[in-house]
Design a protein around this ligand. Structure first.
Ligand SMILES: [Fe+2]
Length: 255
């Protein structure tokens, strides 16, 4: 039987090749063979140990001077042991106009779970959890106190509205106010920047407690934190642009 062939090209074990190998071997019947070709002699030599550890066997190798090198891996009898078997490939999720893949479409109309496992690790939406993955201790594991029907759309809007406070503000136009007015504006901007810190720290404090089963909430909070960071940045910059700033040097002498 002619083995299937997988060309590793520049991939190495520890650098992603093991993921490709696992996916390729999982699609084969036990006893079927996969010829792995690599330009790296080191990778070819390491394949024997990798195959044994993954429950497969190597049944041949070709190590010509100068390469490319080939190792034939025979699929072992073990099924995937760390997680449920991966199901068949389904239809792709829908795209919006212009080919956009919206956050609101990642669940394909399925509701988020009403309660999520408080000890689950980082499990992205639609992923198969692995047994034995590091356990977490999420505090917010119920949908109803966290959820809003439009939270995915809010996350979408937060992403769409990102802007650059260094580039997108005509800073040069803000420099010419008379002294007394600039001083007042700098004071108001300082007050607002202080408020923006509160607006950033509150959602940021919730973020690490939200179970990732509610990914849309995590993304929305993260977008909100990013927004508030821009607000802190822009109001701080506006307070400074007219030239008023506390002078740290020379330090006032201590008596
Ligand atoms: Fe804000």
């Amino acid at each position: 039987m002619t083995p299937r062939r997988l060309d590793a090209e520049g991939l190495e074990l520890g650098g992603g090749l093991e993921i490709l190998l696992a996916a390729a071997l999982e699609g084969l019947a036990p006893g079927a063979r996969l010829e792995v070709v690599s330009p790296s002699r080191g990778t070819a030599l390491e394949l024997h140990g990798w195959a044994r550890r993954a429950g497969h066997a190597t049944v041949g190798e070709l190590l010509p001077d100068g390469g490319p090198y080939a190792v034939v891996v025979e699929r072992g009898p073990n099924a995937r042991v760390l997680g449920d078997p991966i199901g068949p490939r389904g239809s792709p999720p829908p795209l919006r106009a212009g080919g956009e893949f919206h956050t609101g479409d990642v669940r394909r109309g399925e509701p988020a779970p009403s309660t999520a496992d408080a000890r689950q690790g980082f499990v992205p939406v639609g992923a198969y959890p692995e047994l034995g993955a590091p356990a977490f201790d999420w505090a917010l594991n119920d949908r109803d106190p966290l959820w809003a029907d439009d939270v995915a759309e809010l996350a979408e809007q937060a992403t769409r509205a990102q802007w650059d406070a260094s580039r997108d503000v005509p800073w040069a136009a803000a420099r010419e106010l008379p002294d007394f007015m600039e001083r007042a504006v700098a004071q108001v901007m300082t007050f607002i920047a202080q408020n923006e810190y509160a607006a950033l720290y509150v959602p940021a404090a919730f973020l690490p407690h939200v179970n990732p089963a509610y990914a849309e909430v995590v993304l929305w909070l993260a977008g909100h934190v990013h927004d508030e960071a821009r607000h802190i940045e822009v109001f701080t910059k506006r307070a400074l642009i007219g030239g008023y700033a506390a002078r740290r040097w020379p330090r006032p002498s201590c008596r």
